[in-house]
Design a protein around this ligand. Structure first.
Ligand code: NAG
Ligand code: NAG
Length: 263
């Protein structure tokens, strides 16, 4: 019979945290947030949490004309984000831990406080350089009301369209496929284009042999990132609503937490 304590120790042996030295033993199990409605299937009880990062970047879409559909619809084509380590800010994990409410507000705070941290061909849009989208690695400092966040890695889609999380600072890597999604809560941050928050996701290792040290990723507490609409077909009143046409692409800013596990 394995004790609860040894399970907890096993679960967090990979995370540096300052254990409370006095007082009643508090639970140190970080729990994935709930949407308040449908939730993603939880990690198994033996899954070990390796890292929590915040991502800030863009979600890409292109408008496609689906067979039989009256008007084009946005189709997700990938994403790019810079990742910062927030593991020790999770309540109870270290001396610099935040309150749960302050922790959960981080994606909202970052989305509105900073420009998207990607190299852009021009300064006016939310695009990214196609050849060299990521700027030199740097920590995120002076975010209002928050401590500095250490650079952790990058999220991108490789040339086969596979989502990759390269946590180069810690040597962790996840090459994943999506196995679950639920809508973000109704009160989630709708983002700088007021399009809504992208869904929360459960992603697992895709068995390509590229992942290192992690094989399960959750995207939770999303802010922004949903597409703007495509052109809406003329409903007969002569007024065509504005939007993107077939083949046109857009990049929409977003922030989110990614939780990385090995199970
Ligand atoms: C983008 O903004 C930076 C800083 O304001 C400026 O130095 C640079 O010239 C701008 N680049 C373009 C292409 O407008
Ligand atoms: C996303 O779009 C930007 C242009 O805004 C492009 O540079 C980047 O390569 C695209 N990335 C993906 C993964 O689709």
């Amino acid at each position: 019979m394995v004790s609860t304590k040894s399970l907890l120790l096993a679960a967090f042996s990979t995370i540096a945290y300052a254990a409370p030295t006095k007082g009643p033993c508090k639970s140190l199990t970080p729990t994935l947030p709930s949407t308040g409605g449908d939730d993603l299937i939880s990690p198994s009880p033996t899954a070990r949490l390796k890292k929590i990062v915040i991502g800030h970047g863009i979600q890409n879409y292109t408008c496609v004309s689906a067979l039989g559909a009256a008007s084009p619809t946005p189709s997700a084509t990938g994403a790019l984000a810079v990742l910062y380590d927030v593991t020790t800010l999770y309540p109870g994990l270290s001396k610099s831990s935040l309150s749960l409410s302050a922790f959960n507000l981080l994606p909202h705070a970052l989305l509105w406080d900073r420009p998207v941290p990607l190299n852009r061909p021009d300064n006016s849009s939310y695009s990214a350089s196609t050849t060299s989208p990521f700027p030199a690695h740097s920590d995120l400092t002076n975010l209002a009301n928050y401590p500095s966040l250490k650079y952790a890695g990058h999220h991108f889609f490789d040339n086969t369209g596979t989502p990759i999380f390269d946590l180069d600072v810690s040597g962790l890597k996840a090459s994943v496929t999506k196995i679950g999604n639920v809508a973000a809560p109704k009160d989630a941050d709708r983002g700088v284009l007021d399009t809504g928050a992208v869904a929360w996701l459960k992603l697992v290792d895709n068995k390509k042999g590229e992942s290192k040290g992690v094989n399960l990723v959750y995207r939770v507490q999303t802010a922004g990132g949903n597409p703007e609409g495509c052109v809406v077909a003329d409903g007969g009143n002569g007024k065509e609503k504005r939007g993107l046409g077939v083949g046109e692409t857009q990049s929409v800013p977003y922030t989110t937490f990614y939780w990385f596990y090995e199970e």
